[in-house]
Design a binder for this molecule. Structure first.
Ligand code: ADP
Ligand code: MG
Length: 234
């Protein structure tokens, strides 16, 4: 599903060109749940932006479902992103003073989709927030806010979810809730890639990739993957 070959990323700076990713080879199959780990500044978010078609590699190949995305126009990239990829961020990125339904509907508004309410409601129910449809972000806990953001990421039925430190702002209990939700979505067929600093989070994944100084340092299967322990309610 995802194939990176010799992918590099450089940024032009006042001091000259800075190479952040040095020839990444990475293949991720549909249905995997992968943790990307590594110290701050190792290039995790840069890699995620490229995987998510938010930014283009400087060199190398990126095949997404067999399509060379480095050859797509900006418009085609945006379309691919909208149809295939859902994003989740540490800071939730919800619109304040706007209820959960409306926050989740937003990507549909951009895509000109009708019957948005039924879809938004179904997505919120899927993440266990069926009773919080009209709550605004300030009335929700951190874990609930992240679930709204996950519902928003799910709204176009993506095949891949990219999450950049999704539990970085959450307490332990909410972290467990969110990782159990990702585990469920993964079991339902969604490929999930999670950037994290936390071993506990990586333990929910099937595979752990370590980045260091813009290179893949290790890439291993997770043994004794954590599974859902108990049903979590909203
Ligand atoms: P991580 O997510 O692992 O902490 P990042 O991918 O955010 O790392 O950043 C890796 C390095 O790339 C950092 O040194 C950062 O300053 C640099 N960097 C990231 N984005 C840009 C950019 N748009 N322009 C210049 N440098 C960047
Ligand atoms: Mg980062």
């Amino acid at each position: 599903m995802i194939e990176l070959e010799g992918m590099t990323k450089s940024f032009r700076m006042a001091e000259g060109e800075m190479t952040i990713l040095h020839g990444i080879d990475l293949t991720i199959q549909a249905g995997e749940m992968v943790a990307i780990m590594g110290p701050s500044g190792s290039g995790k978010s840069t890699l995620m932006n490229i995987l998510g078609c938010l930014d283009a590699p400087s060199s190398g190949r990126y095949l997404l479902d067999g399509t060379d995305v480095t050859k797509l126009s900006k418009r085609q990239l945006a379309k691919t992103r909208g149809q295939r990829i859902g994003f989740v961020f540490q800071s939730f990125n919800l619109i304040p003073r706007t209820d959960a339904m409306r926050n989740v509907e937003l990507p549909l508004i951009y895509n000109g989709v009708r019957s948005r309410r039924a879809k938004a409601k179904a997505a919120l129910e899927r993440v266990g927030l069926g009773t919080r449809l009209r709550h605004v972000p300030s009335e929700l806990s951190g874990g609930q806010k992240q679930r709204v953001a996950i519902a928003r990421a799910l709204i176009n039925d993506p095949s891949i979810i990219l999450a950049d430190e999704p539990t970085g702002a959450l307490d332990t209990k909410s972290t467990v809730e969110i990782m159990e939700l990702f585990t469920e979505l993964n079991a339902a067929g969604c490929t999930i890639i999670v950037i994290t600093h936390e071993d506990e989070v990586a333990e929910y994944c099937t595979r752990r990739v370590w980045l260091r100084d813009g290179c893949i340092q290790s890439d291993d299967k997770v043994h004794n993957r954590r599974t859902k322990l108990a049903a979590v309610s909203a």
